[in-house]
Write a protein that binds this ligand. Structure first.
Ligand code: HEC
Ligand code: HEC
Length: 273
């Protein structure tokens, strides 16, 4: 049994490689851009849903069918729930007149106290500092529900991360990672998402690799996933060692990618296969 498994795995691997080999050789010339050059002009930006199958897109667009909305609803309940020994809720400090969170999701990841953090990490900071509650585990249902709810409040607004000031060094690191060839297949992100966007990889069309649909519902896992979880999946697919969710390099990568897609409208919860 073990042997058969291993064998079929090798076959998949070879298949995958053959599929990519020609396209990658052809695409190898492009290795980086000038400092602030973007692979896609604003008018060429296309969100991931543009590349997904029609039936998947239909599920995403119908809010009654979109399974990501369950996370948004759960997040809304948590947001309004009194928690911790101070007896407050998120809503008691964040409502439309007070510290509104409308629009904030478009600006993450961002620098907070000399560190680049993503929205999930910011939520955990608020839990700890303002409610004296133990932070939620990254990628836990509670944390993803809250971030889905807060992101949903910015749905339809353009992505708008800043790479200025302190953020610039993280941006540069993120760009470096995006172009770094890694893993057994020696593949970098750009080779798929810049050079092969629109081409098929097995049954999936490769998109421009934006993050405006996150948190995103992945049908293969039957749950919502963070950007970092998606990065891990791409690392695995290219047979490279993934980093931990919440890793500072994943935040840097997320900042670079979000910046490439600044101007794209936030679509979370998106639905993907
Ligand atoms: C071997 C090709 C390949 C490589 C290399 C690759 N990806 Fe992907 N990636 C895919 C495929 C296929 C998908 C699923 C279809 C899609 O949405 O593009 C995907 C999806 C994504 C998505 C989700 C897009 C959406 O709208 O849901 C992001 C973000 C992403 N990749 C980022 C990265 C990053 C960052 C790297 C480098 C660490 C990377 N990918 C490396 C093939 C690749
Ligand atoms: C006691 C009041 C208080 C409570 C309770 C509270 N927050 Fe906050 N929160 C703040 C203040 C003040 C800020 C702005 C200062 C800062 O960023 O630390 C903030 C900032 C934030 C931000 C970042 C906003 C931005 O502009 O980037 C998010 C996201 C957030 N809170 C989410 C939550 C969530 C989710 C909860 C409930 C789990 C929560 N907060 C509970 C007071 C609170």
């Amino acid at each position: 049994m073990f042997f058969i498994k291993k064998y079929s795995f090798t076959l998949i691997f070879i298949n995958f490689f053959l599929l990519l080999a020609d396209a990658l050789i052809a695409s190898d010339e492009l290795t980086s851009y000038n400092d602030f050059e973007k692979p896609y002009e604003k008018s060429e930006l296309k969100s991931g849903s543009y590349f997904s199958r029609e039936e998947t897109r239909a599920i995403e667009q119908d809010e009654f069918e979109n399974p990501g909305m369950i996370w948004v609803e759960r997040g809304s309940e948590l947001f309004n729930m009194k928690m911790g020994n101070k007896g407050g809720s998120c809503f008691s400090c964040h409502n439309k007149d007070n510290n509104s969170l409308y629009g904030v999701a478009t600006s993450y990841p961002k620098v907070y106290k000399n560190k680049l953090i993503n929205l999930e990490q910011k939520i955990n900071i608020c839990l700890k500092n303002n409610m004296s509650i133990e932070p939620y585990l990254l990628e836990s249902d509670n944390l993803l529900s809250l971030s889905s709810f807060i992101t949903y409040a910015s749905k339809g607004l353009p992505m708008n991360v800043s790479i200025e000031g302190e953020a610039e060094k993280y941006f540069k690191r993120g760009k470096e990672l995006y172009f770094e060839r890694i893993g057994q297949m020696n593949l970098a992100c750009y080779q798929c998402h810049d050079n092969l966007a629109g081409n098929y990889l097995r049954a999936e069309k490769i998109s421009q690799g934006h993050v405006n649909g996150f948190p995103s519902y992945l049908m293969r896992w039957e749950k919502i996933a963070s950007v970092h979880r998606r990065f891990q999946f791409c690392n695995n697919q290219a047979r490279a060692e993934p980093l931990k969710i919440g890793h500072k390099d994943y935040n840097a990568l997320q900042l670079y990618i979000a910046w490439r897609g600044n101007g794209l409208l936030l679509e979370s919860p998106s639905v993907r296969r």
